[in-house]
Design a protein around this ligand. Structure first.
Ligand code: HEM
Length: 561
């Protein structure tokens, strides 16, 4: 940013610049108009006499973007904290000259999901967002199931993730999440083969059950005894981190254990996911990346931590493989990839693949479980029904006398499945999907999608559309998933989008349900939770829908049923 210069005698009738600590940690914020004495000396060649008029500075594009960011940031603080909100009714954002709809986005970024939901609600599930000049943000936002079916399935080829997506998600390298066309297809075929193999499925069931028995239940029993508040979301994420690391790398980092050790890899993943969301909303992110500032700095650090964990683990696995033939038939995904003739030699491939699988498996399942437990605390009648169903299931006992279930038995339960579906509907762990456009195409809603426009689908909003889920769409109602004959009701995946739909449907859905059911059944049967009074539950701004402040609860042991 350019310096403000003047002579010693000059006074600046200007706005007071106060550095108040901003999103990027570097932008001064204009707060209040006042006369200021001269601020700092500047080189004489640049000083102005009192009669000279100051010429408009010529700004380079990055400087211009930076200035616009400052202005928008000012607007954000001004409108958020100083202008009382008289009209809470959602409206389609105003398009301003130069900055387009950016002021509205910036003012509402703290409540992004609800804001988008409100607009979709008043715009019949479709609206066009433009971020104005330079932002490159031309988004068609939709939650219309017919559009979704068209984009994700009927005309799938025309809607790849696109180059911009892979630029934003650069930390995922060329992994399955971040690739299109043949690169994606080859990875999908391989991953599908491995994940659907009966040996791997048995490994998922055993690893999930073992972790619940040996780590989750003992931890909760300890917390109940201590009668101290714990962050249940942290516990869920540790659980799924341990299980996913075991499934992907074949080793258990034991991050869910009494004492809750620090896990730099997990923290790095969290930081990266937050930074990736900001890249969607902050057009100047590339400039900030160059300067290594704010969230970009955090992302760069996170990237190093993730890479070193993955590199070390791959090396360790390779070394083990050389030393002993035992590793040859291990069912974890990394070992299978190492065994594969085509993929075994390329470290970059192994790195990208394992990072993608870790993200796919750990954060999504952990976030889904956390919302599920929170919803149970708010809906005790649902918890009761789950318990009634569990009473009929064969049980085993841990050494500490707690009840544990076999994953195979849990696959038959209708109500538990319905309750998990309902939690994933209301709080989809992947709250946004986005797609590029290859060539002009008319969507079922009548919008002409053209190259350069990005399509944004809010899965969070979709759950809250009356036109899609009915008048009770915002209620937690597992019953909506149960048909009159008591069986699970089928809902098309272009409507229940939590696991995506079409050729890119989630490959780990069954695996996720195995893990979630193993944990949910054992926890609900042995414990219940009380949310700490005054604890505020609100979504975190991240690519994965977690709770911003965690889920602070007291754990109570349930008396024998
Ligand atoms: C509750 C848990 C889960 C949810 C809600 C979920 C959701 C999703 C969603 C929405 C996508 C599409 C993402 C995109 O294209 O942008 C996806 C893709 C994927 N998921 Fe899951 N997922 C879950 C668990 C898992 C697990 C445990 C695995 C196993 C490692 C997994 C593996 C994958 C893979 C490999 C893809 C990429 C598919 C492709 O692009 O062809 N997921 N998942």
């Amino acid at each position: 940013m350019r310096k403000i210069c003047g002579t010693k005698s000059a006074t600046l009738t200007t706005t007071k610049l106060l550095a108040v600590g901003t999103m990027f940690g570097c932008i001064p914020l204009v707060l209040k108009t006042r006369k200021l004495p001269y601020l700092s000396p500047c080189p004489s060649s640049l000083s102005l006499s009192s009669k000279q008029t100051m010429a408009w500075p010529t700004l380079t594009p990055p400087e211009l973007l930076f200035s616009i960011s400052c202005l928008l940031l000012f607007l954000y603080y001004y409108l958020r904290y100083f202008v009382p909100s008289k009209n809470k009714q959602p409206t389609i954002p105003v398009y301003w000259p130069v900055v387009g709809m950016m002021p509205a986005l910036i003012c509402n970024i703290h409540d992004l999901h609800e804001w988008i939901t409100g607009i979709l609600d008043v715009s019949q599930c479709n609206f066009f967002f433009s971020g104005g000049w330079f932002s490159g943000m031309n988004l068609f936002v939709t939650s219309d199931p017919l559009n979704i079916q068209h984009i994700f399935t009927s005309n799938f080829q025309n809607y790849p993730k696109g180059e911009e997506f892979s630029e934003i998600f650069d930390i995922l390298g060329d992994g399955i999440f971040n690739s299109d066309a043949d690169v994606w297809r080859a990875q999908r075929v391989k991953a599908q083969q491995l994940i659907s193999h009966s040996r791997f499925r048995a490994y998922v069931a055993k690893s999930s059950r073992d972790k619940v028995e040996k780590a989750l239940l003992p931890f909760l029993a300890y917390a109940a005894k201590q009668s101290q508040a714990i962050d249940l979301q942290d516990v869920c994420l540790r659980l799924t981190f341990d299980v996913t690391t075991k499934l992907v790398f074949g080793l258990d980092p034991n991050c869910l254990s009494i004492g809750l050790p620090a896990v730099p890899f997990a923290r790095a993943m969290d930081d990266a996911m937050v930074a990736l969301l900001f890249r969607h909303a902050i057009p100047v992110w590339k400039f900030l990346r160059k300067l290594n500032l704010g969230k970009e700095k955090k992302l760069a650090n996170a990237w190093k931590v993730i890479d070193s964990f993955v590199e070390e683990t791959i090396e360790k696995r390779r070394a083990e493989k050389k030393e002993t033939k035992e590793v040859e038939n291990l069912p974890d995904l990394l070992s299978s990839y190492i065994d594969d003739n085509e993929t075994c030699k390329v470290d970059k491939f192994l790195r990208d693949t394992t990072v993608n699988l870790m993200l796919a498996g750990r954060d999504t399942t952990g976030a889904g479980l956390s919302w599920f437990f929170w919803l149970l605390t708010q809906n005790p009648h649902v918890e009761e029904k789950i318990l009634d169903e569990l009473k009929l299931v064969p049980k085993s006992f841990t050494s500490e006398g707690m009840v544990i279930f076999n994953p195979e038995e849990l696959t038959k339960l209708v109500y538990l499945h319905a309750a998990l579906n309902e939690a994933l509907r209301l709080y989809p762990p992947v709250p946004f999907e986005h797609k590029g456009v290859v060539q002009d195409d008319m969507l079922p809603s009548g919008f002409l999608a053209t190259p350069g426009v990005k399509i944004l689908i809010s899965t969070y909003s979709m759950a809250r559309m009356e036109g899609v889920w009915g008048k009770d769409c915002s209620e937690f109602k597992p019953e909506r998933w149960i048909s009159d004959n008591g069986k699970l009701k089928y809902e098309p995946s272009y409507k229940f989008l939590s696991f995506n739909t079409g050729p890119r449907t989630c490959l780990g859905k069954d695996m996720a349900f195995t893990q979630m059911k193993a944990a949910a059944a054992a926890v609900v049967y042995n414990f219940y939770f009380e949310v700490i009074e005054g604890h505020v539950i609100t979504p975190k701004h991240s690519i994965i829908l977690q709770m911003m402040n965690g889920l602070m609860v007291k754990v109570k042991r349930r008396s024998a049923l």
